[in-house]
Design a protein around this ligand. Structure first.
Ligand code: BES
Ligand code: ZN
Ligand code: ZN
Length: 503
């Protein structure tokens, strides 16, 4: 765990392993802290940067040893990119670059300043928050299953980051930013850990236990456990059918957060919680199964969010719901051709047991709708089709409510998560009409993400609802952002937090 703090000081006379200075693209000479340090070293930094043809592109890195000429053992300059394109997401990326390069440089203590201050319209609090978020999320590694040699290496990781700020008035707001970053990053990291933990351990029971552990006394969070017997009683035959092939019994969870003050809205967040998706009898090919421990990432986001809610304390009542199951092939598994009745009475014809997420969500959404929330939002690693359409960096958004969609798009922009809207195109309902039951769980090759969304729309009882298909971003196989390392990404956690803070 890195210790991040703010200190009222000039970077020039501070000792540390590594001092990181900042430079906008194409801008010379160094200004502010960088300028002061350069002057102290008799123009050495600017000479070195010139020699290296340093351009200042976002994340560009130049590092050198000071050989005792400064109190910092090493000094690095990081590029801030184009000044006109600079925003909080750039700050977040810079935080992540600093921590990752700092680790490579074996620097245990790092010192830097708030990037781009005085340039952007953002407040000190926001800049400090984005920087710290980037530092924490960029530092993340899942090491629970690593051996001894890794632990030795880890001892050289960055342990401390001190942000120097000379203006006294900026210290308090910066500190508030650091606190908020900690809450959001920890919540995201919890979701990442849950996704990264192999399915052999992260069973439905285990997932429910983690959720249960959040309901501590005084936290404002309470829970209802929906075990298999309770699910049966509620008529959740669809979700139960998906779990039938597994040795692990299904278990559902209903988390409730009630704010201390006035309640502005009642919002339900529902997560897909398939702890492993083998495809069931419609078995996936080996390659398609390799990352399917990630198929509970929707629920992981809900759990992460709930960890943060008591600290964030938004003025909304939040209901978090997931029905955890494992999708396995066996003699007791549900079959293609089976017809199951969901909690709201809809008859679902299962034609492919690998389209199981929507079958479990049918009951989770039906249940959520009975709570009569003002808004329902589900997060699900639902379709490969959405990954084909939008890639690993962008989640799909589908909604029956314009205002809700706009709010979520804004929240995603603020949290630095990719989100793009796809239409819930009503004429495509034809594609999922069933000859045997009411609807079938597959709609053919085209518009796979949309037909999945349309399937879900049958269970929301006309309540304003949004569906986030996070199949791409939930698990990162090819890194494109320094703050989102390989594996579970915790996508959705900060987006939801931002959305709830908007009330
Ligand atoms: N869990 C998968 C979707 C998925 C794919 C998530 C890739 C993350 C990465 C889902 O249950 C699934 O298997 N969907 C099928 C649906 C098809 C059978 C209609 C798919 O997308 O191929
Ligand atoms: Zn599947
Ligand atoms: Zn799945």
């Amino acid at each position: 765990m890195i210790d991040i703090s703010i200190k009222q000081a000039s970077v020039v006379d501070q000792s540390c392993d590594l001092l990181v200075l900042h430079l906008f693209q194409g801008e010379k000479p160094l200004e502010g802290a960088g300028g002061a340090m350069d002057k102290e070293l008799g123009g050495l930094i600017s000479q070195l940067l010139k020699q290296d043809q340093f351009e200042g592109k976002l994340g560009e890195w130049f590092i050198f040893s000071t050989l005792g000429k400064a109190k910092a053992q090493k000094i690095a300059v990081i590029g801030l990119g184009d000044r006109t394109k600079f925003d909080l997401d750039a700050v977040r990326k810079i935080g992540a670059h600093i921590i990752r390069h700092g680790r490579d440089a074996k620097a245990k203590s790092v010192m830097t300043v708030l990037p781009g201050m005085g340039v952007v319209d953002f407040s000190t609090r926001e800049v400090a928050e984005a920087l710290a978020e980037g530092l924490r999320l960029g530092a993340y590694r899942f090491h629970a299953y690593k051996g001894k040699s890794f632990q030795e290496k880890e001892k050289l990781d960055v342990k401390q980051v001190i942000v120097c700020e000379r203006e006294r008035g900026k210290i308090a707001p910066a500190e508030r930013g650091l606190v908020e970053a900690r809450i959001l990053a920890d919540a995201t990291i919890l979701a990442r850990d849950l996704v990264n933990t192999p399915s052999m351990e992260m069973t439905p029971k285990k997932l429910a236990e983690v959720a249960q552990s959040l309901a501590k006394r005084g936290s404002g969070i309470s829970i209802k456990i929906l075990d298999a017997a309770k699910m049966e009683k509620l008529g959740m035959r669809a979700a139960l059918a998906v779990g039938k092939g597994s040795q692990h019994a299904p278990v559902g969870m209903h988390l409730i957060y009630r704010p201390k003050g006035k309640i502005k809205k009642k919002i339900a967040v529902i997560g897909k919680a398939v702890t492993f998706d083998s495809g069931g009898l419609s078995l996936k090919p080996a390659d398609g199964m390799m990352t399917m421990k990630c198929d509970m990432a929707g629920a992981a986001a809900v759990i992460g969010l709930f960890q943060a809610l008591p600290d964030l304390a938004p003025n909304v009542e939040v209901h978090g719901i997931f029905l955890a199951v494992e999708n396995m092939p066996s003699g007791t598994a549900y079959r293609p051709g089976d017809v199951v009745k969901a909690m709201n009475g809809t008859m679902i014809e299962v034609l492919n047991t690998d389209a199981e997420g929507r079958v479990t969500l049918a009951d989770a959404l039906s249940y959520a709708a009975t709570l009569k929330p003002d808004v329902m939002i589900d997060l699900a690693t639902l379709t490969g089709a959405c990954v084909v359409a939008l890639g690993e960096d962008i989640s799909g958004l589908m909604s029956n409510d314009r205002k809700l969609a706009e709010r979520l798009l804004l929240a995603a922009k603020q949290s630095g998560e990719g989100l793009w809207e796809l239409p819930l195109f009503e004429p495509y309902q034809e594609l999922i009409k069933s000859k045997v039951g009411d609807i079938k769980n597959i709609g053919g090759r085209s518009a796979g993400a949309i037909t999945a969304g349309l399937f879900l729309s049958h269970f929301v009882n006309k309540i304003p609802w949004a569906h986030l298909d996070i199949a791409g971003p939930a698990y990162i196989e090819k890194e494109t952002r320094p703050d989102v390392p390989y594996g579970g990404s915790g996508s959705g956690v900060r987006l939801l937090a931002r959305y709830l803070q908007g009330f």
